[in-house]
Ligand binder design. Structure first.
Ligand SMILES: Cc1cc2nc3c(=O)[nH]c(=O)nc-3n(C[C@H](O)[C@H](O)[C@H](O)COP(=O)(O)OP(=O)(O)OC[C@H]3O[C@@H](n4cnc5c(N)ncnc54)[C@H](O)[C@@H]3O)c2cc1C
Length: 470
């Protein structure tokens, strides 16, 4: 084995693909090795027999502030109509019983758009809206700045947030962006998102929803881009061990198949546990990797439910104070209507022609349900989750009588790392103690929580370090 000019990227999720795309664009020779038979990692889609549709492993949402992600998507040629970009941030939350709380930000410069949106929130008393506004005014100053040891719960209490505004605005946001309980999640991580999303520009806070299954949106395009520029992607090729020389430098990568690939530069874009397994035992003792071993995971459970009729009158809603945080009407999202609040037009084409008509001849409606930070549900049997679903639908949609035609549970036990207060310092930098090994992945230290944007940024950071060295 000897060093080579080829960079090997381990892992073909957002982070690995973003790193590889940057590198081939700069003329580097790149090989991506991916353990699974497909790319995409924790943001992937697959054909599901129960629903008869191509579904994602979980509904994914982005924001206008996902600068690195949107630029990556532009580079690989994702067409504009693959993403539904809100003009202004707007969302509807339902209280038990079905009453709506609506946030609709007007066309004003940031952060005025949010301030006006919060003050004008329909369905919430003035006192609660005023509390949110007060928090918004405190955000840019030092007085409100939390450190990573402060929980979101403690921070929101410090900012005088009422239980009602917490339930209708802050807590859904925290579960969504930090995938963890506000009682444990880090307020500093939340602030990092608030600053990017709400303080920079109006467009930054707009929600961006993929209209197509994720693999079609970005995975296939990224792979085509890499291969068209001389790079290669090998699926079903799990890496087993990083090879180091006597000085501890990277000289190769051995795959589970036994094949050893020579290289002096490896970008690891795998989750924390998978990275630790690649390292020689002695390297794992380094304090950086001992901290990695202490990162904990937080699960997400997604329910994909085919109903005999649509439940929602809009693409998505949040449920206030429910373990089922968000409901998504996939047909509305996939239909290229652009009319967010219009009732579903059944004449519009569906994304997947394989959608099954039910025995009665009526078309099924596909709903996706997100349960974030799902520690209390991830070990439940599908029957228990179906009971939960029916109970919550009865609570929030008392007049609806949907019939379930198909029920599919997708559990991601290690959906993201936990962003419990005090976790950030355990996340490693791109440059790690092993020369020639660069770390990427949504869990690496990017200043962001473990999200698509964090993953893509980490991939771009790792690619930049490779290019610095060449
Ligand atoms: C259900 C769910 C919903 C989510 N919702 C959102 C959302 O709405 N918005 C958002 O921004 N983020 C969301 N996320 C988080 C987002 O999916 C992740 O942050 C992102 O996909 C992480 O990408 P990654 O490349 O860092 O890691 P991964 O996607 O985990 O990629 C790592 C890859 O490495 C491969 N691998 C592992 N071990 C080896 C090995 N030994 N050899 C070779 N390959 C290996 C894996 O197979 C995988 O493909 C969600 C996550 C889940 C699970």
């Amino acid at each position: 084995m000897g060093g080579g000019s080829r960079t090997i990227v381990v892992g073909g999720g957002f982070a690995g693909l973003a790193a590889a795309v940057r590198l081939v664009a700069a003329g580097r020779e790149v090989l991506v090795v991916e353990a699974a038979k497909q790319g995409g990692g924790r943001s992937r889609s697959f054909f599901d027999k129960v629903t008869g549709r191509e579904i994602d492993n979980g509904q994914h949402l982005m924001m206008g502030c996902y600068r690195e992600t949107l630029s990556f998507m532009r580079v690989i040629g994702v067409p504009d109509d693959a993403l539904d970009v809100q003009r202004n941030l707007a969302m509807t939350m339902l209280k038990p019983g079905g009453a709506k709380v609506e946030l609709a930000c007007p066309t004003l410069p940031a952060p005025l758009h949010l301030a006006a949106g919060l003050v004008g929130m329909r369905g919430l008393g003035l006192m609660h809206r005023a509390a949110a506004l007060r928090a918004g005014l405190l955000l840019p100053g030092e007085i409100a700045r939390p450190d990573d040891n402060e929980t979101c719960d403690a921070w929101l209490r410090r900012l005088g947030q009422t239980p009602q505004i917490r339930a209708a605005f802050w807590e859904p946001l925290i579960w969504a962006v930090l995938n963890d309980d506000p009682l444990v999640a880090s307020a500093a991580m939340l602030l990092a998102v608030l600053e990017r999303a709400f303080m920079s520009s109006r467009e930054a806070s707009s929600l961006v929803i993929p209209r197509r299954p994720l693999s079609a949106v970005y995975v296939e395009r990224a792979i085509d881009y890499i291969e068209a520029r001389g790079g290669a992607v090998r699926f079903a090729s799990p890496a087993r061990k990083l090879e180091l020389d006597a000085d501890g430098r990277v000289v190769g990568l051995t795959l589970k198949s036994g094949e050893t690939l020579a290289t002096d530069q490896v970008v690891s874009a795998v989750p924390p546990q998978a990275l630790l397994e690649l390292l020689p035992e002695a390297a794992r003792e380094h304090v950086v990797f001992r901290d990695v071993a202490r990162l904990e995971a937080s699960p997400i459970v997604n329910l994909w439910v085919t109903l005999d009729e649509p439940l929602l009158d809009r693409p998505f809603v949040g449920l206030i104070a429910s373990p089922m945080h968000w409901l998504w009407d996939r047909d509305r999202i996939e239909a290229n209507t652009g009319a967010r609040d219009a009732p579903r037009d059944r004449s519009l084409p569906r994304m997947n022609p394989s959608t099954q008509a039910s025995a009665s001849g009526a078309e099924d409606s596909l709903l996706s349900v997100t349960i974030s930070g799902a520690r209390g549900f991830v070990d439940d049997q599908p029957e228990a989750l179906r009971e939960l679903f029916l109970g919550e639908i009865a609570r929030y949609f008392p007049r609806a009588r949907p019939q379930i035609r198909g029920f599919r549970v997708v559990k991601e036990k290690r959906a993201t790392i936990s962003h419990a207060a005090g976790t950030y310092r355990r996340r490693p930098e791109t440059l790690c103690p092993i020369p020639g090994l660069l770390l990427a992945g949504d869990w690496v230290r990017t200043g962001l929580p473990a999200t698509i944007e964090g993953a893509v940024q980490s991939g771009h950071d790792a690619a930049a370090r490779v290019l610095d060295n060449s």
